[in-house]
Design a protein around this ligand. Sequence first.
Ligand code: MEV
Length: 442
Amino acid sequence: MSDTVTSRLAGFHKLPLEERLARIGQMFRLTEAELDQLRGENGLDLSIANQMIENAVGTFSLPLGLGLNLNVNGRDYLVPMAVEEPSVVAAVSFASKIVRESGGFYAEADESMMIGQVQVSNYGDPGRASEKILDAKDEILALANSFHPAMVARGGGAKDVEVRLLPAPEGPRGEPLLIVHLLIDAQEAMGANLINTMAEGVAPLIEQLTGGRVYLRILSNLADKRLARATCRIPLPLLADFGLPGEVIAEGIAQASRFAEADPYRAATHNKGVMNGIDAVAIATGQDWRSIEAGAHAFACRKGQYRPLSTWYLEEGHLVGRIELPLALGLVGGPIKIHPGAQVALKLMRATSVRELSMVFAAVGLAQNFAALRALGSVGIQKGHMAMHARSVAVTAGARGGDVEKVANLLVKAGHVKVEKAREILANLPPEPPAVATLTNG
Ligand code: MEV
C-alpha cells in the first residue's frame, strides 16, 4: 500500500465530502464499514460506550479531518485529526507543504521506556534503605516481570531500578522522601496498566527490604525517557508570503521563539499551539491525551521555568525548527482495541511501530507551531482565523451547502463575524438558480 499513499493531495479541501471519502477509501482500501465509520454512521456503539465508562448516556462526536502534505523521514503521512478548532487541520497541512518542499521533517523517538513510582515512608536511615533496594535490584526486577511474562517474552518489561531521595516538604516528620523508580519498557503499548501492576506488585518486597511503608504506586506521566524529536530546515525564500520576503517572516518566527523562551506567559500559549496538533491526532487515534498533555507541560518545566517545547532560529539562510517532548503512545491496548474510529484512524496513519507514531506526532506539533508563529510574527492570526471562524458562524446561523462559503465570505467582508450578522446575510442571499432538470425515458 505504501507506494500508492501520498499526503500531497492538491485541491483535496475543495472536493465534495463524498469525493474526499472515495479518494481516501481507494487509497487505503477502506471497507464500506470503515467508510461508514468515517461518515459517523457506524460510530461508537452505545453498548461499547456503556462498557467503557460509568453512567454512559450517549456518545460524543468531533469533526475528523486529514492533515495533508506531511513527510517525515522521507515517508508520507495523512494525519487524522479530531478537533473542533477551525484552523488546526488547515494549519498542519499548510506548514507541512512548506516543510515538504524543504525536504520534509526529520524525526526520531526513544524506546518506550516508562517510569513506575513507588513512594516509601518510615524506612529509617535513608542511605541504608536506598542501599537495600539497589542491592536487591535483580530480585525486584524479576518480581516485577513475573506479573507480565508476555511483555517480557516480547523483549519489554522492567529493566532497571533507581532510587531518589527528595527533600521533605515542610512538615513534622522531616524524613526525606524515598521514591523508587521502576524503568519499564512498554514496547508498543502506552503501558499504564502494565506499569501500575508492576509498581503495586513490587511494593511488598520494597516494604520488606526497607522495613518502611509504601504509599503511592503509580506510573509517572513525566515520561522523559520516552521522548520524540522532530526538526525541519526551511530555506528562507520558501517563507515569503503576505507580500513579505522570507527573511522577514523567518525573523518574526525567531522572535516569537525568543519570546517564548524568556517568558512562561508566552510559552504557555506557544505550547498550546503545539498541543493543538498533537491532541487532535491523539484523540483521533485513541491515545490518552491527558497523559500526553501532563507529560508535555511537566517536561516544559524541567529546567525550573516553563519553556517552549519547540524553538526556531536562523542558520545559514535557513529557518530551523526543533521540538522535543515526551510521548507515551500506544498502538495496542486501551481504547484502541475497542474504539472502531481509532482503528480506522490508525489505518490511515499507517505507522508500523509506536516509535514511528511518536515521530509523526512530534512533526505534527512542530508543523502546528510553525503555522501559528508564521502568522503571529508577521500579519497576526486574526485574518486567517476569522475566515475559518466565519464558516462555523455561518453554519450556526443555519447556512448549509454552498451557502456556507457565501455567508462566510460576506461575513469577513463585513468585518463583523457574528451569528446575528450571518442570519441577516443568509436571509438576504439571492435564491439559487433552479437546477436544470434532466429528462429521462423511464
Ligand atoms: C490558538 O489555538 C493557538 C495559538 O494561540 C498558538 C500561539 O499563540 O502560538 C495561535
